[in-house]
Design a binder for this molecule. Sequence first.
Ligand code: NCD
Length: 306
Amino acid sequence: MKHLISPLDLSVSELKDILDLAGEIIENPKKYANVCQGKKLATLFYEPSTRTRLSFEAAMLNLGGSVLGFSSADSSSASKGESVADTIRVISSYADICAMRHPKEGAPLVASIYSSIPVINAGDGGHNHPTQTLTDLLTIQKLKGRLNNLTVGFCGDLKFGRTVHSLINALVRYDNINFVLISPEELRIPAYLREEVLDTCNVAYKEVKVLEEVMPQLDLLYMTRVQKERFFNEEDYIRLKDSFILDAQKMAYAKEDMLVLHPLPRVNEISTEVDNDPRAVYFKQAEFGVYVRMALIMKLLEVESC
Ligand code: NCD
């Protein structure tokens, strides 16, 4: 049985299969409307979510399956002190597959050890978010036409942003990828990613503090929210939260075909005036999240289209 805990749990060719299947689902959704009939998805969300949880649920409903779950730790027995290991043992007999989001790094991995159904990591603390990565890769593939030969700027909270960590891990496996890492000093990407991923894989990257300067070089700009919930002290958050604000003036420095991605939710880091720029694709990106999760559920449940 296969789980999806880290983006590296999928080989490049398995990733391609999922992206291809998502593409087919977009073309012909009716063909997939009943392939998961009788199957149940459990969404175990110990942390807030809008897109990830609802796109998982929409994905399973679109496939003809059903969903059950909880959307906060307070409404689950975690509030009584139950361990993730015990919870998943029980859920394994209620559902066929589960998506888990948890504030603690590694919680979905622990769950996968005790589970008898596939476990999908829907975000674990500041660590990984592999299904957002699938969403991002589908967006890049569809709207840019390639996953290689790209200069990708990541901007904002690169320290705590799990979507950034997962996407970097996934992209280093494609040819000729350059990273421009734009953040304040305190929010630089973690050392383990720099040393064990970027340096080890010999990936070209630079770290900068000013967005405008690097805008003209970028093929993609991945904006992120400063992750308030991961800060130990509110003063630091307040000082750093508006470090970068993408607006129409900054967009004027960008290539005509540069795409702006954001996993959402957006707070202040992208001015709403950018929303009408055809290069702003973050709402389209959120839409792609449903199709790629449909494809993932089908692959993990080993369901074929009829
Ligand atoms: C992201 C997350 O939860 O890490 N949101 C999402 O799943 N689309 C990004 C964020 O919360 O900033």
